[in-house]
Design a protein around this ligand. Structure first.
Ligand code: ZN
Length: 396
């Protein structure tokens, strides 16, 4: 932690002092944790941001998870950046009513915002708990991830896992899904926005990189969108690699999907092009997009004759074990349904049509391929078609 109380109750932040001042401070004071009141000691050296540590391992409700120097440095920089904008900011203020201590607390006229700078991976359940805690106290949390957890694959593509997934923000239903990253060494702030999960480990989105000192606090709430062309270019590459990926290497869920294909006399080469399309709600699915989308296309639509009707409820039931509840994502303020979203896309492609609310009728058969070449060509044509359509489902 960057701050502690002296025996007289004054909060001090040694990181804001000179070396000489810190020496004097240490000579004349004892320090205590603002949360648990137990003694803490100053840690200062040439390579670290001066901070405090509990002298004994105790039951402090605000004990750090050993995130280290990188975290302390970033927290201080973010604090100074906000302070410089004349905002009412507090560093590491302990909130006894929820037993939480956000890295930074910003009190605006109409709302209070907690900034959590998260550099170490923590379990999703902890992210959910802390987020709910803030909400209970009427505080909006913003989680900024350390760039040490940022893994760029391509220009508009990053690697992600369950940790990132639970840190996706959406402040309102019309706000694009957003991840924030910050590097205390280069002062770069990265916003990864309007993201689509192309698998459980990969996200395609619009990346904005800015220097922190060229940014305002309000820039966090800017909306940027991934140009549709970029989305479908990246998606086509992902589709191609799925088709081409050697099936020998599959294991776990991937193997289960492959066996399901086999049982249905199918192969990844033969799947219709509308299988594996981008939907914003994929974060709610436990299974890979190609997996549940191929099951929907084959088990529901594939077995139907034209003009036969099915309900959204039936699809929901089919995937009841694949979908996570919306309350598992308290940072996301819309109840987007990936299955319904996908059905709407299939409607755009004239495979099905919504004939009455939540009921779809099959319009045209899905085309299964005989050769990989035809499949790849079909995928390409479909992506071009989606790029051209102005459906409002995807940004321009
Ligand atoms: Zn403590």
């Amino acid at each position: 932690m960057l701050q502690a109380k002296t025996e007289y109750g004054k909060l001090v932040t040694p990181a804001l002092f000179t070396k000489q001042e810190i020496r004097t401070l240490k000579q004349h004071n004892k320090f205590f944790c603002p949360a648990c009141q137990s003694p803490v000691i100053v840690k200062a050296g040439s390579k670290i941001t001066p901070h405090f540590a509990h002298s004994a391992r105790g039951n402090c409700p605000a004990q750090e998870g050993g995130e280290g120097a990188y975290h302390e440095k970033g927290k201080l920089l973010l604090y100074q950046w906000l302070k410089h904008q004349r905002l009412n900011v507090r560093l590491e203020e302990y909130l006894p009513e929820i037993s939480q201590r956000p890295d930074i607390l910003i009190r605006l006229k109409a709302k209070t915002i907690a900034i959590e700078y998260q550099c170490a991976k923590i379990p999703p359940a902890e992210i959910v708990d802390r987020t709910r805690g803030y909400e209970k106290a009427g505080i909006t949390p913003i989680w900024i991830i350390g760039v040490n957890q940022f893994n760029r694959r391509k220009r508009n593509e990053i690697k992600i896992d369950a940790f990132h997934l639970h840190l996706i923000h959406q402040f309102s239903a019309d706000f694009p899904l957003t991840l924030y990253f910050f590097c205390p060494d280069t002062l770069r702030f990265i916003t990864f926005q309007d993201l689509y999960l192309s698998s459980n480990r990969q996200a395609i989105g619009n990346m904005t990189i800015q220097k922190l000192n060229a940014m305002d606090f309000t820039d966090l709430f800017h909306k940027t969108f991934l140009p549709r062309q970029k989305l479908f270019q990246n998606w086509l590459t992902a589709k191609r690699s799925l088709r081409m990926r050697p099936s020998k290497r599959a294991f776990g869920r991937e193997l289960a999907w492959q066996q399901w294909l086999y049982v249905n006399s199918l192969h990844r080469d033969s799947l219709p092009s509308p299988v594996y399309l981008p939907v914003t709600g994929q974060f709610r699915m436990k299974t890979q997009p190609w997996d549940w989308q191929s099951r929907l296309c084959v088990e529901v639509i594939g077995h139907m004759s034209p003009n036969e009707t099915f309900s959204v409820k039936r699809c929901q039931h089919l995937f009841r074990r694949h979908i996570r509840p919306t309350h598992a994502f308290p940072l996301i303020k819309s109840s987007v349904n990936p299955i319904y979203e996908y059905l709407q896309l299939l409607e755009e492609l004239q495979v099905i049509r919504e004939t009455s609310p939540n009921h779809f009728t099959k319009e045209n058969p899905l085309k299964f391929y005989k050769h990989i070449e035809a499949a790849l060509e079909g995928d390409k044509l479909l992506m071009i078609e989606l790029m051209k359509q102005n459906t409002g489902m995807f940004p321009k």
